[in-house]
Design a protein around this ligand. Structure first.
Ligand code: NAP
Length: 470
């Protein structure tokens, strides 16, 4: 767009339509915060983005329509295939790789713009243009390689534990310094192509260095942070190509990503520095308890008996529910219990599972009525009057040591008070620990019993046991 051009009626109309798209993004985000409106929010956001793309193509006709349309078709096909095929437990990886490509797009947009000016001998670059181009390249490149490492760790294609090499901190500090010096260099010599390429390469390496020392289990928080970076890179790219809509969209992604990162850290009682510098990571690779305190075992028939005779039951779903994909069987069991006049509620911890809203999404998939889901604050006072709590593949979110054990990495994290119920039944496969890698004293309490096995298989067995009771 030529900034000196007279504003015409046509550009006024375009600007109003861009504003409609921006409002669409805001409303979409608002809707995404509500489980009942999230689907509509998604459609609205995609619609606003579609309209924005169309308007941009009309306002600035591309020289190669075929290339643009082909990219849209290929991108859409990849999106649909991934959305249909990817397992819920692999969602963080998918988000990581999407963030990564968002970052890479910002790098390419900023470099393309710079190349256009350098090879077009445009001369006068404003400092603002140079700084935003530098930001777009650097943040985008860090987001790309950081996200690729996060993806590889989560997919277990490289070791998930924190990887450190001798002198890592100094190397990272040197690369960070080099990237910042790059900002001075591009302002001093804006048309030096080599400097731009060097800054890009150094930022690509920095992305690897920043994420590689973080433990795989901390990756969901890092992904949320990288998501925020991808937004900031897009925002910077918006300044580079003078697109207010891209600036707004990028700022929204950047802000929502950082809010989410903060919420996840708060719910895990961790500081962002603690996550980013991997202090917690080393403990996380340990997944077996090794302790031999006796666990009292229940058989499916014992579970069915307790559930049938209860007045009030609370279900606590966790990561294991997602692993075993037992949400539909769980719903079936709950429907069955309800036929005996039992009141059943689901207690949803904000960080249960491995991504924000993980349990809400799983249970929505099984058409569990939203009114039956209660968050931590609203259900915690209910446990004392609850007859039976069924913990389905959850561990850390019901670990009572978070209240008392100052040495526990979970100390201070708000937990669901499952231990306060009259009886607690835990569905898990063995003695595996949760994400934090720490022991859970809940499992050995007097009122606790374990039904061993994959959650889905155990639930099916309990449903069958009800038939024996009939
Ligand atoms: P968790 O502490 O990770 O525990 C999961 C439990 O599920 C384990 O005890 C495991 O024991 C069991 N399990 C695994 N597969 C199973 C299967 N197929 N059937 C039955 N049980 C199975 O889970 P959580 O209580 O949901 O806590 C989430 C943790 O992740 C928190 O520490 C949270 O801070 C962290 N986190 C969450 C997010 C988020 O956004 N939600 C992001 C980052 C980190 P067995 O191996 O013995 O079966």
């Amino acid at each position: 767009m030529n900034p000196n051009a007279e504003p015409s009626l046509l550009s006024f109309i375009f600007n109003q339509l861009y504003l409609v798209c921006a409002i669409g993004f805001f409303v979409s985000l608002k809707f995404l915060a509500s489980p009942t409106k999230a689907r509509l929010g998604n459609i609205l956001g995609a619609g606003a983005m579609g309209l924005a793309t169309l308007l941009t193509m009309i306002e600035h006709p591309p020289t190669d329509y075929v290339g643009v349309l082909l990219s849209i078709v290929v991108g859409s096909v990849i999106g649909v295939v991934f959305a249909k095929k990817v397992q819920m437990t692999a969602m963080p990886q998918l988000v990581a790789i999407f963030n990564g490509f968002g970052g890479l797009a910002s790098v390419l947009v900023a470099l393309a713009e710079m190349f256009k000016y350098i090879f077009g001998n445009a001369g006068n670059f404003s400092e603002f243009f140079l700084v935003t181009s530098w930001m777009s390249v650097v943040i985008g490149a860090i987001t790309f390689t950081g996200s690729v490492i996060a993806y590889l760790k989560l997919q277990e294609l490289i070791p998930t534990k924190p990887l450190m090499m001798p002198g890592q901190k100094f190397i990272t500090a040197a690369f960070t310094l080099a990237v910042f010096m790059g900002a001075y260099a591009v302002i001093a010599a804006p048309d030096a192509l080599l400097i731009w390429l060097l800054v890009t390469v150094v930022a690509f390496f920095l992305g690897v260095l920043l994420v590689i020392p973080i433990g795989g289990a901390d990756m969901p928080v890092v992904i949320s942070l990288l998501n925020s970076y991808s937004g900031l890179a897009a925002m910077a790219a918006g300044f580079v190509v003078n697109s207010p809509l891209l600036i707004i969209a990028g700022a929204l992604v950047g802000a929502s990503g950082i809010i989410l990162t903060r919420l996840m850290c708060q719910a895990m009682n961790r500081s962002l520095t603690n996550v980013v510098f991997g202090a917690f990571g080393n403990a996380l690779v340990q997944t077996q308890t090794g302790d031999d305190k006796p666990l009292k075992e229940f058989q499916p028939i014992d579970v069915a008996l307790q559930l049938k005779n209860a007045n009030q039951v609370v279900i606590v779903p966790g990561y294991g529910l997602a692993v075993s994909e037992a949400q539909r069987n769980l719903r079936e069991l709950v429907d069955l219990i309800k036929t005996f006049g039992v009141k059943v509620s689901y207690a949803i911890h904000p960080v249960a599972g491995r991504m924000p809203g993980h349990m809400n999404v799983l249970l929505a998939e099984a058409d569990v009525p939203y009114e039956e889901l209660f968050d931590l604050d609203s259900i915690n006072s209910e446990f004392e009057s609850t007859d039976v709590v069924i913990v389905v593949g959850a561990n850390d979110v019901v670990n009572p040591s978070a209240r008392t054990d100052k040495t526990s990495p979970l100390f201070g994290m708000p937990i669901l008070n499952a231990d306060k119920a009259r009886s607690v039944i835990i569905l898990k496969r063995g003695r595996g620990r949760g994400f934090s890698g720490v022991e859970n004293p809940l499992f050995t309490l007097d009122n606790a019993h374990v039904l061993f096995g994959d959650a889905k298989a155990s639930i099916v067995k309990v449903i069958n046991a009800f038939k024996e009771l009939a």
